[in-house]
Write a protein that binds this ligand. Structure first.
Ligand code: PLP
Length: 393
């Protein structure tokens, strides 16, 4: 059976060109970038060259980029790095990734004011909502660029200008957008990106911190990253992430066109094959912008009977289709996705949701076959339910 990977929002495969560029730094060039000898200098050169290339894609200065262990650490570092008891109020949304929500909740539980904006039923947060939430004590607004579960885009420039009019810092989690859209860090004060969402390696991310922003390091230790992130740098991963970003930007036009074609085909085929048995969680409506790689669907209860979402995913996996329930971090957990609940979906419908996320190497056959397999599984599940057995299909 041919396996079909439709979980690119969880992670992407490592581009072979990226692997090749990384290999020397995992073998002969193993120096520590802080060592002053030749081997160390070789590593330092590669690290700084990678930093420059990543910064250039964001229109940033190299000194404004710090490498982290991934998107999660960069998000944590952003919030923990700038929030202070002098300007303690944080504004974020209920639809953020856990990497922002958890530190936001921790900040709230230590007695600081936090506003969790409710997204619209389409998952969008507007600049007007942000403006309405700002107070004289607001130190930071943190909103994601592209929602990792349903793909809704936040109007980043509008939010940034609202924040800047009020002298408030703006952090943008651009993990799902980096490598797809041109991003200009200049509009924001802090920005998170991650290597493994753009065909680069796992375990590396970067945080842009605009020059002049008062930033406290999250990870204390050595003097690496200009004392803003202690720990020996992962040179091979930095080299990989820089090349992955170069390739993504060079191929962005092609990739977006390909993903949009596949996404629209997936939408059409789902409707043709499943009729009205499902709803789109991704808002395919004219006035909401969405990322080109995510199609999230839900199965509301039919005849009062909820669909077993876990069973559905399990069967998709057994039939060779790799997708996700909500985000990768929540799949496997029994709790329905916090994002879908925030959109107003009831718990049963939110629990019976599947996120397909497309990648540059997917084909039209992948899409067609995934829908055919999904339709066959749903038929089997319905037959089993009618026959009164739910154990397995
Ligand atoms: N932010 C968003 C929007 C994400 O989608 C993810 C990963 O799913 C992260 C942050 C965390 O990134 P990482 O997996 O690099 O820690």
């Amino acid at each position: 059976m041919r396996r079909i990977y439709l979980d690119h929002a969880a992670t992407t495969p490592l581009d072979p060109r990226v692997l090749e560029a990384m290999l020397p730094y995992l073998s002969e060039h193993y120096g520590n970038a802080s060592s002053v000898h030749a081997m160390g200098r070789k590593a330092r050169f590669a690290l700084e060259e990678s930093r420059e290339r990543i910064a250039a894609h964001l229109g940033a200065e190299p000194g404004e980029m710090l490498f982290t262990s991934g998107g999660t650490e960069a998000d944590n570092a952003a919030l923990r790095g700038v929030l202070s008891s002098r300007m303690p109020h944080l504004v974020t949304s209920r639809a953020e990734h856990e990497a922002v929500l958890r530190p936001a909740e921790a900040w709230a539980s230590s007695g600081h004011p936090v506003t969790f904006l409710p997204p619209s039923p389409h998952g969008a947060v507007t600049a007007e909502q942000v403006a309405g939430a700002l107070t004289d004590a607001t130190g930071l607004v943190s909103l994601m660029h592209a929602n990792n579960e349903i793909g809704t885009l936040t109007p980043i420039e509008e939010v940034a200008s609202v924040c800047h009019e009020r002298g408030v810092l703006f952090h943008c989690d651009a993990v799902q957008a980096a490598g797809l859209f041109p991003l200009q860090a200049g509009g924001v004060d802090l920005m998170t990106i991650s290597g493994h969402k753009m065909y680069g390696p796992k375990g590396i991310g970067a945080l842009y911190v605009r020059g002049g922003v008062d930033f406290q390091a999250l990870v204390l230790g050595g003097a690496q990253e200009r004392r803003r992130r202690g720990g020996t740098e992962n040179v091979a991963a930095a080299v990989g992430m820089a090349l992955a970003f170069d390739l993504a930007m060079a191929e962005a036009g092609e990739r977006i066109a390909h993903l949009t074609t596949l996404r629209d085909r997936l939408r059409r085929h789902l409707r043709q094959a499943l009729g009205t048995a499902f709803v789109f969680n991704t808002p395919f409506v004219t006035d909401v912008a969405v990322a080109p790689h995510i199609v999230n669907i839900a199965f509301p209860p039919s005849d009062g009977q909820p669909l077993d979402g876990e069973m559905l995913l399990l069967n998709l996996d057994m039939d060779g289709v790799m997708a996700s329930a909500g985000s990768a971090c929540t799949s496997g957990a029994l709790e329905p996705s916090h994002v879908l609940l925030a959109l107003g979906r009831d718990r049963e419908t939110a629990s019976a949701s599947v996120r397909f996320s497309l990648g540059k190497d997917n084909t039209e056959e992948d899409v067609d076959e995934a829908v055919d397999r999904l339709a066959a599984i749903l038929r089997r599940m319905r037959q089993r339910r009618e026959a009164g057995t739910t154990a397995s299909v």
